[in-house]
Design a protein around this ligand. Structure first.
Ligand code: XIL
Length: 339
């Protein structure tokens, strides 16, 4: 990756030293990060729920520890995320917030206060911010509402304000709109909605540098990988072509390969996951504006997918580059081969 001017990376979590977690403080996990990664992203530690106990205070201590680790190891850092536009991931106090007699001004102050504080403090340490995350409803393609967007009078002005504020307070950082639209056929409405949002942002002159393609992809068990992939390639290329034609760069921000639909046999799963990932990444690497490729966790054992989409047979998801014994899997080789 380095030789190509690219970076490979992963999310990591804060945890007490020695905890059995996907944390930089877990020596087994840190060894994987240090073997492969040039860039890290906090799995949860930079989200409002983690940073903002209430409207007045910031607690960056866990993120600070992660940043200190990354700096000590010569790794870059991403900021995820300044606004996760899904109310279930707002802190409760923000969902319940009383914006008072001048709701718009108050909501703008809450949002800009958050972004300015973090961007001023970390704007030279964080190379790339997911300024806004998941603002597009996957079923309808419409923008999602929240307490902040209702008070401000719309989700588009909320998003615009977030990016303008981030640019002013962290002028050297890459600013990203991040979402999970993907290449699977059922993602069509989601892709269309993201495209509409990106077109609107360009028209309004909002400072957005890149689309974050989360890349939570998943292999279903019908047909060969080649058949599945062939069906999905056309619409996905059209989408990426339209995005990059507008001048947006691409970042793979959260890749993993969900194997919930695959049978138990480990060798079959690992081979299919690796083939599917290779086909996906070969397509993605065809876009020269792709520079950073991050996975959402290095190790099957600690992946969020074990909780989010657990397998019926009770085994770990085999979604990450390393298995639960910290051994590299075919997925690791497939990713490496793409660089
Ligand atoms: C997930 C984390 O991995 C979980 O630990 C947490 O409980 C919920 O969030 N898209 C995103 C990430 O943008 O922030 C999500 O991370 C995964 C999906």
């Amino acid at each position: 990756a380095r030789a190509k001017g690219m970076r490979f990376g992963s999310c990591t979590a804060w945890a007490p030293p020695g905890a059995d977690r996907g944390s930089f403080a877990n020596p087994d996990y840190a060894a994987l990060l240090e073997a492969d990664c040039g860039i890290l992203v906090p799995e949860n530690e930079f989200k409002w729920q983690a940073l903002r106990p209430d409207a007045e205070h910031f607690d960056t201590s866990r993120f600070d520890a992660m940043l200190a680790y990354a700096k000590a190891k010569g790794m870059a850092m991403r900021g995820h995320t300044l606004l996760w536009q899904k109310p279930q991931y707002y802190p409760k106090w923000l969902n319940d917030y009383d914006f008072g007699a001048q709701p718009r001004a108050r909501a703008e102050a809450v949002l800009t206060g958050h972004i300015e504080t973090l961007c001023r403090r970390f704007g030279d340490s964080i190379v790339s911010f997911d300024v806004v995350n998941e603002a597009v409803d996957e079923k309808t393609g419409a923008l999602r509402d929240s307490s902040l967007s209702r008070a401000i009078g719309g989700t588009a002005p909320l998003i615009d304000l977030a990016f303008h504020t981030a640019r002013a307070a962290a002028p050297r950082a890459q600013l990203v709109y991040n979402d999970y639209m993907s290449w699977e056929p059922e993602n069509e409405a989601h892709r269309a909605g993201v495209l509409r949002l990106l077109e609107g942002l360009r028209k309004r002159g909002v400072p957005v540098d890149a689309l974050g393609v989360q890349s939570h992809i998943g292999i279903k068990n019908e047909g060969t990988v080649a058949q599945v992939v062939a069906q999905q390639t056309g619409p996905w290329r059209e989408f990426l072509d339209a995005v990059t034609a507008m001048g947006y760069a691409l970042v793979i921000t959260e890749m993993d390969v969900n194997d919930q639909a695959l049978p138990t046999d480990t060798a079959i799963r690992d081979a299919r996951v690796a083939d599917y990932a290779r086909a996906y990444l070969e397509l993605m690497f065809g876009y020269p504006k792709l520079r950073d490729v991050l996975v959402w966790g290095m190790c099957d054992k600690y992946s969020w997918l074990n909780g989010f989409t657990p397998r019926a047979d009770g085994t770990h998801q085999r979604c990450a580059p390393y298995d639960a014994q910290f051994r590299a899997k075919p997925l690791h080789a497939a990713i490496a081969a793409c660089f």
